[in-house]
Design a binder for this molecule. Structure first.
Ligand SMILES: *[C@@H]1O[C@H](CO)[C@@H](O)[C@H](O)[C@H]1NC(C)=O
Ligand SMILES: *[C@@H]1O[C@H](CO)[C@@H](O)[C@H](O)[C@H]1NC(C)=O
Ligand SMILES: *[C@@H]1O[C@H](CO)[C@@H](O)[C@H](O)[C@H]1NC(C)=O
Length: 333
């Protein structure tokens, strides 16, 4: 009986600890053909806004905004919806091999949480492998003083389904290029990699250095479903982290798709109007996380943090209360 109450105790504390924290979240979201026609659907814009404002930095893909009106419109929506932050965006050029089909990479970010310290369009002119990508990564460096990592680089990629294996392997070269260029190890690669189902055959995975190299952690597992359609289950959208330091700065098991269909109680049809992909998200540890585990909590705490800590104490006492209640019931059976 004693071991079962211990189990219950850890269960309740585990459950309660999840609440009341202010997380630093990064997301990658394929908006499926985002352009003027989507901005005219207010329900779609509302859902997009709710999804994007969950994160401190959100990579948007499949932005096909030839008149350059849809993105400002979305940003306007976002800033009117979440007035606690000011959001800005940094966007690549329109990228693509044909003039008729182009996409932009866009990072929407909270200006009070991060600053963009550098940006670079990968030239894709590696000798022997010129024009490896149809949408060359637009690499952005962020400073985020409130996170445990402080500064990091994001490499976005939306692969071409027909060339997924090749492009994923070439991303490893982009990683080496960025490490040299900015002398940093703290790099995350993210986006709609099409890294599953028919586009990435199992037998080809051994040819992809982004998968085989040990310095990288794939945070979204192969069994994950990042697609909205109930008829498909594919882990297309991924988050990959390079380096031990960055990996340690990630909240364990926090990387997952955000199922906005169930979360916002939409029908499949309504969800598909928004996108055919779920966003994938990951949470970074905050800068005070370390402090709280090495003692001396109170010195580092500001007002809001104190409330969060108080809340977690409250929930702990509440769970202890529940637990003793349960144990009492067990003993008096
Ligand atoms: C930092 O993370 C810890 C652990 O999750 C949490 O308790 C605390 O509230 C967070 N602080 C802020 C400012 O978000
Ligand atoms: C696939 O890659 C090859 C070589 O890089 C390129 O010529 C071809 O156009 C690509 N296919 C698509 C659909 O982009
Ligand atoms: C928190 O820990 C990470 C990894 O252990 C370290 O890189 C970072 O500098 C630490 N942050 C602070 C504010 O001590």
């Amino acid at each position: 009986m004693r071991s079962s109450s211990l189990l219950l105790l850890s269960f309740f504390i585990g459950v309660c600890d999840v609440r009341g924290t202010s997380d630093f979240r990064i997301c990658a979201f394929n908006l499926h053909n985002f352009g003027e026609s989507k901005t005219k659907k207010s329900n779609v814009m509302h859902t997009l806004t709710r999804i994007i404002t969950r994160s401190d930095v959100c990579l948007l893909q499949e932005v096909r905004d030839s008149k350059e009106k849809a993105l400002p419109h979305l940003l306007d929506h976002i800033n009117r919806y979440d007035t606690e932050h000011v959001y800005k965006a940094v966007a690549s050029e329109r990228l693509g091999r044909s003039d008729s089909y182009q996409e932009q990479y866009v990072f929407v970010y909270r200006t009070d949480m991060v600053t963009v310290t550098d940006q670079h369009q990968y030239p894709d002119n590696r000798p022997g492998d010129i024009d490896a990508f149809s949408r060359e990564p637009f690499v952005v460096r962020f400073k985020a003083p409130k996170t445990a990592i402080n500064e990091f680089v994001l490499i976005p990629q939306h692969t071409t389904p027909a060339n997924t294996t090749k492009e994923l392997d070439a991303l490893y070269d982009v990683l080496q290029y960025v490490r040299r260029m900015w002398k940093t190890e703290d790099v995350m690669l993210l986006g709609d990699f099409n890294a599953d189902c028919a586009y990435l055959a199992k037998k080809n995975r051994k040819n992809v250095r982004l998968i085989t190299e040990k310095s990288l952690s794939w945070l979204i597992g192969d069994k994950t479903d990042t697609t909205v359609r109930s008829s498909t289950s594919c882990a297309y959208d991924r988050i990959v982290v390079h380096g031990e330091k960055f990996t340690r700065a990630i909240v364990p098991f926090s990387a997952k798709p955000f199922n906005f269909q169930t979360e916002y109680r939409l029908t499949e049809e309504q969800a598909l109007e928004v996108s055919d992909h779920y966003p994938v998200e990951v949470v970074l540890k905050n800068a005070t996380y370390n402090v709280s585990f090495s003692g001396g909590i109170s010195l580092a705490l500001t007002g809001t943090e104190q409330t969060a800590v108080q809340k977690s104490f409250q929930s702990m006492f509440f769970s202890l209360f529940l637990l003793s209640h349960l144990v009492f019931q067990l003993l008096t059976q």
